[in-house]
Design a protein around this ligand. Structure first.
Ligand code: ATR
Length: 279
């Protein structure tokens, strides 16, 4: 039996086993099973060793270990070095390699919605673990014209900007694309406002965002990476004001699709059936 795992802490909420096991069944990959496991930092080394020995065929890594896992794996591609985030492990030529499919999943989720980043203005709320994977989508050749970055703890946003400014030449980003702004500061109207913070995971939580000048801007997309609950207060507010909204479900599905393909060679279809599976 080929064994796959998603590891994190907490992990109860993860829908990855439901999704991957559905795809194993759908595509007749009947010798495979995908489970979730709550782990601590001290378990990471052993998990990576199990992948190396072949006892575990593939692993998804989720919060809060996406960065920590880098210390235990053998190699990772360049974009992982930039985002410092790994969510997928696979054994390649006796080495355990870590990939970041969140980044690709995020980009596909926008492109399937016909959203093009070229010359757009983006506001990213939050500078936590997932923010670099989001930021990296916009700061490349033919990317956004401006990325405002705003975090409750401002210096984390400053650090992120510094890190990416240093990599500017290698990703084709124009200097000064990223600007750190204070949470309360009113900035120009953006085309896309993304919540990458954890605010909204509990239904009654409210992000402290001033929507005033976003009234009835049908071309503005509000994107919350959270998909459970389906509509956070951030999205409810944006919708009530006449803006477009999107939650993190498609990003979740596409990052899973990319991982599944790496492990099995099969590229599962993302259709209404699979979208509904998670609702
Ligand atoms: P980590 O930073 O450890 O990677 P995370 O869950 O990936 O954790 O990130 C949490 C994000 O949500 C951070 O941007 C955090 O802001 P701080 O850096 O200031 O902690 C943000 N966040 C969490 N609770 C918040 C709140 N009540 N208001 C605003 N931002 C919040």
């Amino acid at each position: 039996m080929n064994k796959y795992l998603v590891i994190g802490n907490p992990i109860e909420h993860s829908l990855s086993p439901l999704l991957h096991n559905y795809w194993f069944k759908k595509y007749g990959i009947l010798d495979s099973i995908y489970e979730k496991r709550k782990v601590d930092k001290k378990d990471l080394k052993e998990i990576v060793e199990s992948v190396k020995k072949g006892d575990i065929k593939g692993v998804n890594v989720t919060v809060p270990f996406k960065s920590e896992i880098l210390n235990y794996i053998d190699s990772f591609p360049n974009e992982v070095q930039k985002t410092k985030s790994v969510n997928t492990l696979i054994k390649e030529n006796d080495k355990v390699v870590g990939y970041n499919t969140d980044q690709g999943g995020f980009e596909i989720s926008l492109s399937v919605n016909n959203w093009n980043k070229k010359n757009k203005k983006i506001l990213i709320l939050g500078a936590g673990g997932v923010a670099p994977s989001i930021l990296s989508s916009f700061i490349k050749k033919d990317g956004a014209s401006k990325v405002y970055l705003c975090n409750r703890t401002r210096n984390k946003a400053e650090e992120l900007k510094k890190h990416w400014d240093a990599a500017a030449d290698s990703c084709g980003m124009l200097k000064n694309t990223i600007e750190v702004v204070d949470w309360e500061k009113k900035i120009e109207l953006c085309d896309l406002v993304i919540n990458t913070t954890s605010v909204g995971l509990s239904v009654d939580e409210n992000i402290n965002f001033d929507f005033d000048h976003y009234d009835n801007n049908k071309n503005v997309l509000f994107y919350d990476l959270i998909y459970n609950p389906k509509e956070t207060n951030f999205l409810k507010n944006a919708k009530q004001r006449g803006n477009k909204i999107m939650n993190g479900k498609l990003m979740f599905l596409w990052q899973a699709q990319l991982a599944f393909k790496m492990w099995t060679g099969v590229s599962p279809e993302i259709n209404d059936e699979v979208i509904n599976l998670l609702s």
